[in-house]
Every structure is written in C-alpha cells, then in structure tokens.
Design a protein around this ligand. Structure first.
Ligand SMILES: *[C@@H]1O[C@H](CO)[C@@H](O)[C@H](O)[C@H]1NC(C)=O
Ligand SMILES: *[C@@H]1O[C@H](CO)[C@@H](O)[C@H](O)[C@H]1NC(C)=O
Length: 212
C-alpha cells in the first residue's frame, strides 16, 4: 500500500513538473487522471495530492485544520456521514485520513438528505454493517455485523451492557481497544456484533460468550 502510494505520488509529481512553467506554482490546479480515476489537486498548502470524488460532484469544501467528519457534517447539515464517506472514500471509514487543505465532495445532483435520514445516527444507536456507519473506530473486526455509536463520555462497560455482549467479545471485535484500560472514542462507531459463524453443531441457546 505504502509502495503504491509512493509510486502514485511520484507519477503525480512528475506530471505536475511537466505541466508547470518553471518558477510558477499555481494556487489551484485540478485535472483528471485517467489511470486511477483520481483528480489531482494542487495548492500551496496541500502540495499535490490525488483525490477520489464522484465525476458529477457539484460542490466541494476545503477541509480546515481541526475538522472532523462530525464537524463537517454539522457544518453543512445536508448529507449523512455515510454519504460523505461514499463521496470521499479517501477519508477511510475511520475518517482519520481526512486531510486539512484538501477538498472533499459535499454534493452530487442526485443526492438529497430526506427524512428520516439524518447526518448521523443518535448516540447509542446500533446499526447494521449494511448501513455503512461512519466514522468507525479503527480495529473493528472485518466480519463486524453491528455497530454502536458511542456518545460523549460513554464508557466501555456501558457499551457492553447496552449491546448485551461480554467484555471479552467487545475486546475481540475491537482490536485497537486496550484490554487493560479499555476506552472508546466519543462519536465513533464500535463493533458490537459479528456475523454468525457457520457451525455444524448448535451451542447453548443464546448465551453469547459461551466459549469463554
Ligand atoms: C475508472 O472508472 C471506470 C468507469 O467507472 C472503471 O471501469 C475503472 O475500473 C476505473 N479504474 C480504476 C483504476 O479504478
Ligand atoms: C449542502 O449545502 C452546501 C452549502 O449550502 C451546498 O453547496 C451543497 O450543494 C449542499 N449539498 C447537498 C447534498 O444538498
């Protein structure tokens, strides 16, 4: 992955060097690259980066220092964070790859936030993986089937109780949570259920965590 990124930026920088008269550096320069379907964006603050946004994106926003997916969602109020991620896959499901000074797509002609959809689920909501919840705390199990949105100040024991799972399960499904001092990030989704494994024999009835 890192290697790919390096290779990609080498190509992009080479492209910029060729397209620029020497001694000049534009404030803003975008163009389509056919190879990776990405748009090259260049500014003094961001340097030269390759971004992936829909070809029909009709409004962008330049991310500011300190922005988060949540703050951007609240600033606009007219798209869900899931849609924001789908428009801007570069930010990743955790939103941790959101970069200051780089544009993100905030609109396409075919999208409107129609009730009962919301910018974000209410704190404590448990949503299926099929809803593509965003942002997800890093380390969630790839087989995660259900996510809970952690509200401000919520502790792991409260999450475990709300989801009716064991602490062991929670730690297993959220690999980046420190087992010794488990904490969760406010306003992030954590994994509270995984896909049932196909098994020949049926275990006890309904008691999750029986393997412990
Ligand atoms: C670029 O987009 C086209 C059309 O959407 C798609 O078929 C192709 O696989 C994409 N290429 C890459 C490298 O993603
Ligand atoms: C959201 O609001 C911004 C600012 O008014 C606008 O540019 C953008 O098109 C809107 N996005 C959607 C999806 O309506």
């Amino acid at each position: 992955m890192m290697q790919l990124l390096h290779a990609l930026s080498a190509v992009l920088f080479a492209g910029v060097a060729l397209s620029l008269p020497s001694g000049e550096y534009p404030q803003l320069d975008t163009r389509q690259l056919s190879s990776d379907n990405c748009t090259e964006y260049t500014s003094v603050a961001a340097g030269s980066v390759c971004i992936h946004i829909p070809y029909d994106c009709d409004a962008t926003y330049i991310v500011e220092g300190g922005d988060t997916c949540k703050s951007i969602g609240e600033k606009f109020g007219n798209f869900s964070l899931t849609q924001f991620y789908k428009w801007n896959p570069d930010i990743t499901r955790s939103c941790l790859a959101l970069r200051a000074f780089v544009p993100v797509c905030v609109s396409t002609p075919w999208y409107t936030l129609a009730p009962p959809s919301a910018v974000q689920a209410p704190a404590g909501a448990i949503v299926p993986a099929s809803a593509t919840p965003v942002p997800v705390m890093p380390g969630a199990a790839p087989s995660c089937a259900a996510y809970l949105l952690v509200g401000p100040g919520v502790r792991v024991d409260a999450v475990v109780t709300a989801a009716a799972i064991s602490l062991e399960e929670f730690l297993e499904w959220n690999a980046n949570v420190d087992p010794e001092f488990p904490t969760v990030w406010s306003d992030y989704f954590v994994c509270v259920g995984v896909e049932e494994e196909e098994e020949g024999e049926e275990g006890g009835d309904g008691e999750a965590g029986a393997e412990y």
